[in-house]
Design a protein around this ligand. Structure first.
Ligand SMILES: CCCCCCCCCCCCC/C=C/C(=O)SCCNC(=O)CCNC(=O)[C@H](O)C(C)(C)COP(=O)(O)OP(=O)(O)OC[C@H]1O[C@@H](n2cnc3c(N)ncnc32)[C@H](O)[C@@H]1OP(=O)(O)O
Length: 260
């Protein structure tokens, strides 16, 4: 089964995370498939809007921690290579698309999954969806494009508490904070997100590109933040707190942080 699928019709590219059996956790196969799809979309002049959606109960629960534990056991220093190899190009690739991008979020939207959703221009969430950074819960920081994006969207005070406390917020809270654009009833959310995407695919594509360019120009550069995250992530991946927290998650027990 393909980890991600891409269809293009009537100007709309629909990119689907298709690993529902693992809550769409991001393993190498899924990250690579998403990256290939985004590159294909960027090169396809027929695409006038993008819908990013996911199969199953959860949009995306972030990095696959089973895969990450294997990478840590081989080399903590290399375990975060995936950030430069997959996450940075994936997120900045989506953010750089000139056409409007809509994300349809249901269930858990966590960690790099949150980064993926917030790379879209318009997030339409089911009312039972939830949003969390999750990074500190496994001894990581999110000193990345995600941090900058959160500060831009919800301010430094909320971002600091959101990440430090590892808070999980509801779709209503995310809407109230200005993190997402729309909330719809659970049984209407997928159709609502698709309708928004189809409306954008039939709209003034050149004007939309100009709007995205103007908004991007008003924000700090994403690449610099992502590179900073790359620098910050490697030492953290080698801490006992991080390796212990990943092991605890996989063993379904609470981690005990020692500060080292
Ligand atoms: C302009 C754009 C800006 C953005 C730019 C920046 C973006 C780049 C970011 C940088 C990325 C760096 C690298 C990535 C890091 C991360 O993603 S760190 C976060 C990793 N994810 C987690 O830590 C989440 C862990 N999961 C949970 O906390 C919970 O599962 C949940 C998500 C809160 C859901 O809870 P619940 O509904 O209770 O379900 P569970 O029973 O916990 O889980 C269901 C099954 O799914 C499995 N699972 C869940 N999460 C993961 C995971 N991450 N990896 C692997 N497996 C996972 C879980 O084990 C369960 O499995 P079963 O027991 O077999 O049912």
């Amino acid at each position: 089964m393909d980890s991600a699928t891409l269809t293009v019709a009537d100007g709309l590219a629909v990119l689907t995370l298709n690993r529902p059996q693992a809550a769409n956790a991001l393993d190498v196969a899924l990250k690579t498939a998403l990256l290939d799809a985004v590159r294909s979309i960027a090169a396809d002049d027929a695409v006038r809007a993008v819908l990013i959606r996911a199969e199953g109960r959860n949009f995306c629960v972030g990095q696959d921690l089973g895969e990450h534990a294997d990478a840590l056991s081989r080399s903590p220093e290399r375990a975060m290579d995936t950030v430069a190899e997959h996450y940075n190009p994936l997120i900045s690739g989506i953010a750089a698309l000139e056409v409007p991008v809509v994300a349809a979020v249901q269930g858990a939207c966590v960690g790099a999954g949150l980064g993926l959703a917030l790379a879209a221009d318009v997030v339409v969430a089911a009312e039972s969806a939830s949003f969390a950074t999750a990074f500190t819960a496994i001894g990581l920081a999110s000193d990345s494009g995600l941090t900058r994006t959160l500060v831009d969207a919800i301010g430094a005070v909320r971002t600091r508490a959101f990440i430090l406390l590892g808070t999980t917020i509801s779709a209503a809270q995310a809407l109230d904070w200005g993190l997402i654009a729309q909330v719809a009833a659970d049984d209407e959310a997928a159709a609502t997100a698709e309708a928004v995407a189809r409306r954008l695919a039939a709209g003034p594509t050149a004007a939309f590109a100009a709007v995205k360019s103007l908004v991007a120009a008003s924000l700090p550069p994403l690449d610099e933040a992502l590179e900073r995250e790359r620098a910050g992530a490697i030492p953290l991946a080698a801490t006992a707190d991080h390796t212990g927290a990943v092991e605890a998650f996989l063993a379904k027990r609470r981690p005990a942080f020692t500060g080292r």
